[in-house]
Design a protein around this ligand. Sequence first.
Ligand SMILES: Cc1cc2nc3c(=O)[nH]c(=O)nc-3n(C[C@H](O)[C@H](O)[C@H](O)COP(=O)(O)OP(=O)(O)OC[C@H]3O[C@@H](n4cnc5c(N)ncnc54)[C@H](O)[C@@H]3O)c2cc1C
Ligand code: FES
Length: 259
Amino acid sequence: MVERNCREVKIREIRFLGTWDEPSDFMELVLENPGWESYRPGQFAMLRAKLWGLELPWGRPFSISRVDAESVTFFIQVVGRGTSRLAQLRANDEVVVWGPLGNGFSVLPETPTLLLAGGMGLAPFRGYIERHPTPKYLRLLFAHRPALDFYPYSDMGQKVRAEAIQERSTDDLPDIIRRIETVMDECAGGLALACGPTPFLRTVQAHALKKGIRAEISLEKTMACGIGACLGCVCKNGQDRHVQVCAHGPVFPVADIRI
Ligand SMILES: Cc1cc2nc3c(=O)[nH]c(=O)nc-3n(C[C@H](O)[C@H](O)[C@H](O)COP(=O)(O)OP(=O)(O)OC[C@H]3O[C@@H](n4cnc5c(N)ncnc54)[C@H](O)[C@@H]3O)c2cc1C
Ligand code: FES
């Protein structure tokens, strides 16, 4: 299973997002498609450049952002050693990929579905919007800190009803939380899907549980193997049992996971 899902592919393109005035640490990494047409949005992959050698033995997990017949795109923020090394790669360099891994978000074609994205949590929703059979039922709320130009938001915003809210300082947080809760209330009776940093997910989880809103959240944990073997990514589920986020998630029904 692992071997079947592990492939070496070439980089087609690395694009940095942002403007000339304000270069950024946000990039789109476009790889040859290793045969992932049937992936489910919300699934992720482990990436490791062949050039890393023994210095960085483990791959790094990233949401699969979009897939077409020729390519797979990841949206990545440079935060540390692995992502800085990925940013230095060039077209035709080779990357080892394991995937698609994990479960993915539910798709309910006739149900109004709210996509709640915080920062890099926008990544999986790009493919979700592109693959959804009835995008008119989708609504996106995107909370971000850096400028909107650093995110692949504008394309997404043209396809579905979308709203972006920026946190310029911590003073903005109460308004942002209120906005998330209000939009969730407006979509109650439908499905809410969330991906983003832990405090963002906690807000969504608390409100969904309080109001009985059907919701799923995608967790980000530090991962090493990505396939359930190293126990590096465990969390407690709703029954207080340990589960590996890579193998049992990363997407969980909101009541089934402790964050
Ligand atoms: C299922 C899943 C999907 C993800 N999708 C994306 C994505 O689409 N785009 C993206 O940019 N990032 C994504 N991440 C986070 C990404 O895996 C980390 O940013 C990356 O592994 C950091 O590697 P590094 O070697 O550059 O950083 P390191 O040098 O390992 O660490 C640098 C900093 O990043 C933190 N960090 C490391 N791993 C994670 C992690 N998994 N989550 C949060 N913080 C971490 C460390 O605590 C440290 O502060 C995802 C993580 C998971 C688990
Ligand atoms: S990353 Fe190894 S068990 Fe999840």
